[in-house]
Design a protein. Structure first.
Length: 356
């Protein structure tokens, strides 16, 4: 239904509403999308990350781990298992290096912190392959390479293979994989595989040295978010969405260090995301049997909730009317789902702010 509503400035507008069985009306809020921009400070390494030198370097990475079948040497001796596993790669998923390259660009647009971690992980995993080639050791497919061929965020996130010597990391990987993991002998590959792995690592190392150590206090993007929370929405409930767990953890830590109170975090690794949602939005998550006019008193309230899309569906978060998209998902439906966490029945604010 619709009715005329007089706004504070005296203007009259038509607003849609729902009328419940008890006669109560719910007016849909006005959703206001606001683009945010920021200028890089002179000492922000992110300024180097967005320049043509970096973009061209990522564009030109060979990414040989994602196109292993291209390096199959028909003159090398193959076991039946080697032949079958490489044929499975060739016929099943083929060359997905382009998707991985896009993932790196997405990580770059998310945060410099996450982009640096992605480069470090790419280098570390290339080193594992080089180690296996140099020592004529097999490399695991299936549980290890499927993850990379499928191009899930597990290949982009996770620090398990960044620490220890290459030999130790290889042995840890070998012992930790399930018994049914498929393996292929590195002796079946052309010498160009090692050459291309080393070439990519040279480029990645050069980029990491160029960026230097990441310092959150020099991050112009995070500083823009701190300004928004401190000046425009001080003390209000704010929901900050990002696509990656790395970025979410980074934002939450940086906000806490900047003095923003009651910061919460919810990612796919969170034991109980629903509990974090309840602490952030206690009124909209009350049980139906609970007194609706009774104040909710929490020992550990959350005022600023940093979350991945683990909270973009199936959660009532309408105690807040402010959403910040720290990075933009490439699927527009994600933006709609995120806004739907607060722009829903029970929202008491006339305006829902969506920052992009």
């Amino acid at each position: 239904k619709q009715e005329n509503v007089t706004r504070a400035d005296g203007t009259v507008e038509q607003r849609e509403y729902l009328q419940f069985a008890n006669g109560q009306r719910f007016h849909f809020p006005t959703r206001i999308a606001t683009p945010l921009s920021h200028a890089f400070s002179t000492d922000d390494p992110a300024a180097l990350m967005e320049d043509d030198t970096t973009l061209d370097a990522i564009r030109d990475l060979i990414l040989p781990r994602y196109r292993l079948a291209d390096y199959d040497n028909p003159k090398a001796q193959h076991t039946p298992s080697d032949t079958k596993n490489l044929d499975d790669i060739r016929s099943g998923r083929g060359n997905v290096s382009g998707f991985v390259r896009i993932s790196l660009f997405k990580r770059l647009s998310s945060s410099g912190h996450s982009f640096i971690l992605s480069l470090q992980r790419q280098r570390a995993r290339n080193e594992l392959f080089i180690h296996a080639i140099d020592h004529q050791l097999p490399i695991p497919l299936g549980a290890f390479t499927d993850r990379q061929i499928a191009v899930t965020d597990e290949d982009i996130e996770g620090d398990g293979d960044l620490h220890g010597s290459v030999a130790t990391r290889y042995e840890t990987l070998r012992k930790s994989l399930p018994a049914k993991t498929k393996w292929v002998n590195t002796t079946v590959f052309k010498p160009t595989l090692r050459k291309d792995l080393a070439k990519d690592n040279e480029v990645i190392t050069w980029l990491l040295n160029r960026f230097g150590d990441w310092d959150p206090t020099r991050d112009s993007k995070i500083n823009k978010l701190v300004d928004l929370l401190s000046n425009d929405h001080c003390g209000e409930k704010v929901l900050v969405f990002t696509e990656y767990s790395d970025t979410a953890q980074y934002i939450a830590a940086a906000l806490a260090d900047a003095g923003i109170p009651n910061v919460g975090l919810a990612t796919g690794d969170t034991d109980n995301p629903a509990d974090v949602a309840r602490r952030f939005s206690p009124y909209s998550n009350r049980l139906p049997s609970a007194p609706q006019d009774e104040p909710v008193d929490l020992d550990d309230p959350v005022n600023v909730l940093v979350a991945t899309d683990v909270l973009s569906e199936g959660q009532n978060l309408q105690d807040s009317h402010i959403i910040v998209n720290y990075d933009l998902p490439w699927a527009i439906i994600r933006l709609i789902q995120r806004a739907g966490r607060v722009d829903r029945v029970g929202q008491e604010s006339d305006i829902v702010h969506v920052y992009l």
